[in-house]
Structures are given as C-alpha cells and as structure tokens.
Design a protein around this ligand. Sequence first.
Ligand code: ATP
Ligand code: MG
Length: 427
Amino acid sequence: MLYFREMRYSQVFPKTQREAPSGAQSINHKLLVRAGFIDQLMAGSWTLLPLGLRVVQKINDIIREELNKTGAQELLMPLLHPKEIWNETGRWEGAKEIMYQFKKDEKEFALSFTHEEIVVDLIRKHQVSPKDFPIKVYHFSTKFRHELRAKSGILRGREFLMKDLYSAHLTEKDMLKYYHEVIAAYLKIFKRLGLDVKVVEASGGVFTDKHSHEFQVLTPVGEDTVFYCDSCDFAQNDEISKVKEGDACPKCSKGKIKTSKAIEVGNIFPLGTMYAEKMGAFYTDNEGNKKPLWLASYGIGPTRILGTLVEMFHDDKGIIWPESVTPFDAHLVEIQNSNVKSQNYNSKLKNLANDVYEKLQKAGVEVLYDDREATAGQKFADADLIGIPHRLVISEKTSGKIEWKERTKNETELLGLEEAIKRLKKA
Ligand code: ATP
Ligand code: MG
C-alpha cells in the first residue's frame, strides 16, 4: 500500500464544510461533500478528493486481493475506442443510448462504457492455444455512461470507477465453474466491506440475452426493486420477475416473497459464445473442429460502494466508516485550553499530542491528527462528520492520558497509550 499513512488535518485539502451543497438530495451526496471526500464538477461527474480516494483505494485493495485469489490477473485497457470494434458485435447501434460517441477528424470513437469487445480482441490477436485457458483478466478503470438521471450523489455517475473482470473458457462447464468461484469471491468482498448483499437474478441488459446475477444491498434509498424469499436464497429483480409480495416462494415453497428497494453494487454476466462468434475468437479442438470461446464478465462499482457505505452507515452527525475501509484507524484530537494564559502549558500539550501521533504511527496505526487551532466543539463535530471509528482526545482534562471514544458510542474512557494501541491493532 503506497497511499499516505498519516496526516495532519491542518494539511488536508479540503476541510469540512458546514452546509450541504444546495440541491443535494441524497445522504451520500450531502455527507461526502461536507466531510471533504468528493466534489461535484457537473451532474454525474465527481472528483475523489484525498480522503475519498483513500477509501476507494482500500475498497479496491479488498477487491483485488479476493480476485487475485481466483487466479485473475490485473491489466489496464484503454478508454478511447474505435467505432469499428463496436460494429463487430452490433453494439455501436445496440448500445448507443448509453455510449458517449463522437467524431474527430472524420473518424468515429466511443468512450468506454464496458470492455467485452476489447478483451475478445486481445485474446484473438494473441493466437492463444487451448492450453492457455481459462483466461481471467480485470482492471479498475473509468466508465462513461450517458445516464439519464444522475441525481443519487456518487451512486450514479456519468463517469465512474468500475472493476471489470472478464473470463474466457473453452467450454460452458468451465465458464460456469469459474462463474461460481467469482460469486463466492464477491460474497467475501462484500462481507469484508461490511455490506450485506443478496445475489439477485436479473436480465442481461445490453450485455446478453441471458440472465445475469446482481449483488444488491437492500435499503429504502435504492433505485432497484427486488423480490426475495424470507426463507431461502431465491431473489429476483422486479424487471424480470413474475412473483409478487406475499406469494409462496417458487423455489422452496415454504417461504413467503418479500420486496425491498435495493442498490446494485455488483453485476455478473454469463455471456456465452455470442461475442467470440461475432468477433471470430475461435480455437481448434482435438478433433480439428473450430469452436468459439465462452465468455463471462463481472463488474463491481467501487465509487458506488463508497456512496452505499455512507447510505448504510451514518447518523445525524455524519459518516460511520467500517473498520475495513475507514480512511484512518484513529482520529487524534488535540484540545488547547483557551482560558489558560500560559503559552507554556499549551505547548506542553502540543508536544504530548505530537508524541502520541508519532508513537501511533510507529505502531502501524493510520492516524488523522487534528492539530489545528480550533475549538473543541468544531474539532468534535468534524470528527463525527468524517466518521473515523475511533476518536482519541488529548486535553487538559486527560492529564497525560488519552480519552478514547468509539464513533458509535457516547461513553468515553481514559486510557494509557499502550492500551489504546492494543485496541487499535485488534480493530
Ligand atoms: P444500473 O442498473 O444501476 O444502471 P447497470 O446494471 O447498468 O447499473 P452494470 O453494467 O451492471 O451497471 O455495471 C456494473 C457495476 O458498476 C454496477 O453493479 C455498479 O456497481 C457500477 N455502476 C454501474 N453504473 C454506474 C453508475 N452510473 N455510477 C456508478 N456506478 C455504476
Ligand atoms: Mg447491472
């Protein structure tokens, strides 16, 4: 991990802001902007500020770690695509609603909204032999989509980050075997991110005429509607589903069908042979027959996850980050006493806080240190807004010790540094 390990809040750009931007409707929009994690350039277009990028990098690391365990390899593909490659599968026309297409010097291009065609082109160009399969490659990159409604904060961007994985196989059986490995990997990823997901059957959209599987977080603020069984794992998106609330479950017949709004955080597609057939990605089997490759693709939206975490974990004071992706493990707050006339007293306090800051770093704790000249009220409000799970206060009242407070609790405790480090390392 190369991202910065420690930080003095006096140096962080930008600082928190008191008011949510006018027009912001969703919680993730309001809180992430106020806390200084993201900034909006125009509808659907966001800057990940240093704090926001740090959370997304942690989300990405979790995804990367679990995908690498399945044998997938990371690469990075271009975002500017020639029209010709999209014409090979008919998606220049078929997906033109969602694609940003444009002309420059008489040549036509699209900005990437996905990469199936690019991956199939890579494979066919490299003259792979049957021994080379399966091929599993993924990247983290920007996707551009002409979304009609881009109003749910960072949940729906016109330009957003996606991790997309593609796998190519000789047989359907092998594709389905890996497809199920990826479902298991996704479930681990979402569990580590602190998100409870349902695996939901859905249509394949502009990707395939077959069904797909979505990973949905049930919440009233979601844009999707899902039906699910209260007793088994049956779940369908309402766009395809024939069931309705209160029905007996068509799968287990014991349970009842319930419904909920949901946020789609991942979507995987068993694409079949259509892409390989249209683009001429074949291999020759043992009997000398030409056979098309089987393809599947698998998406997760890290920036949508950033917003989803805020929708799921917040209170009226601000964000509450899960331990696994919190931008820092600890928020160290130093409170100067404005009533104390003696400069000497306050500079002693500062030395103590600096010392604690350094010792925490040496112990491997990622710490945000609020070293500003500001009131206790302002620093505490900012700590609650930013949402780091552990707050450590050093003030006149703590007399050489540390006041420990969890973001989700009201009680405080006085601890020695050793004990605080022990707890932070366990978290
Ligand atoms: P939706 O139904 O929400 O429009 P989608 O089904 O079109 O999304 P996919 O093509 O399945 O999206 O993309 C894979 C993943 O990328 C989604 O599960 C989601 O996490 C993320 N994603 C898709 N569209 C957006 C977007 N506009 N902004 C942010 N993340 C997105
Ligand atoms: Mg989808």
